[in-house]
Design a protein around this ligand. Structure first.
Ligand code: PEP
Length: 244
């Protein structure tokens, strides 16, 4: 069965209530799209409002969750809370958490399981640092992160996002041949066929060529997902984005 394209936006720690207007504007400029899943992951403070505005064409997700269920964990958020706020997706293992908070793949697998147990679809991020790339370790690192970050029995709905750390927010991207090579290697590490997204400086100007790369099932977009015009241009650059 063919894999349905997915384009997800990660707002990171950006966004106030006034920015919810970007979701309305995105819906207005996209109309009803067939053939592409669209997800926005706003900060948790905006999740419930975003879910209401985005539905039904656009789904929303959290950017992280805690392992396990609710408890006395000040400042944390459980996957079940995200679901209760209207999320149906959750990013886990973003490099800003792996790098900034020392999150290991074992922890990421626990978070992905918590997301799945709460009925959310995890988007599990993997990717090499610049040092690992320079050392020729990209395939090894990405394959290992996939194997260790996927919970046992993860279903085919689970999503992997290949995001080279050095490409995130830098304006740099791998060559198209490199993206194809890493996506092929990532697929070898998967226990079942899953969607593999590319992430890292996807913009309106490079989205189309990236979407045409063999094995790329869509994108995880950071900065360019904050403005409706840019995110809409990226989504419409996908060949599966057919207006009804
Ligand atoms: C991200 O945050 O996942 C990301 C890919 O960011 P950017 O598109 O800004 O590089």
């Amino acid at each position: 069965m063919s894999r349905r394209p997915l384009i997800a936006g990660n707002w990171k720690m950006f966004g106030r209530r006034r920015d919810l207007a970007e979701i309305s504007a995105l819906k207005a400029s996209l109309g009803v799209l067939q053939g592409v899943d669209i997800v926005i992951c706003p900060p948790s403070t905006l999740l419930a409002a975003a879910a209401t505005i985005a539905a039904p064409e656009i789904l929303v997700g959290g950017q992280d969750c805690r392992v396990g269920i609710d408890g006395a964990f000040t400042g944390d958020i459980s996957a079940s809370m995200l679901a209760d706020a209207g999320a149906s997706w959750c990013i886990v293992g973003h490099s800003e958490r792996r790098q900034g908070y020392g999150e290991t793949s074992v922890l990421v697998a626990g978070k992905a399981k918590a997301a799945m147990d709460a009925g959310l679809i995890p988007i599990i991020c993997v990717g090499e640092t610049l040092e690992e790339r320079k050392a020729g370790q990209t395939v090894e690192v990405v394959s290992r992160q996939i194997r260790e970050s996927l919970p046992p029995g993860a279903p085919a709905t689970t999503v992997i996002a290949y995001e080279p750390v050095w490409a995130i927010g830098t304006g740099l991207t791998p060559t198209l041949a490199e993206i194809a090579e890493i996506h092929a290697a990532a697929r070898q590490a998967l226990p079942v066929d899953m969607r593999v997204l590319y992430g890292g400086s996807v913009k309106p100007g490079n989205a189309a060529e990236i979407f045409h790369v063999e094995g790329v099932d869509g994108a995880l977009v950071g900065g360019a997902s904050l403005k409706a015009a840019d995110f809409a241009a990226i989504i419409l650059a996908h060949p599966a984005s057919a207006r009804r």
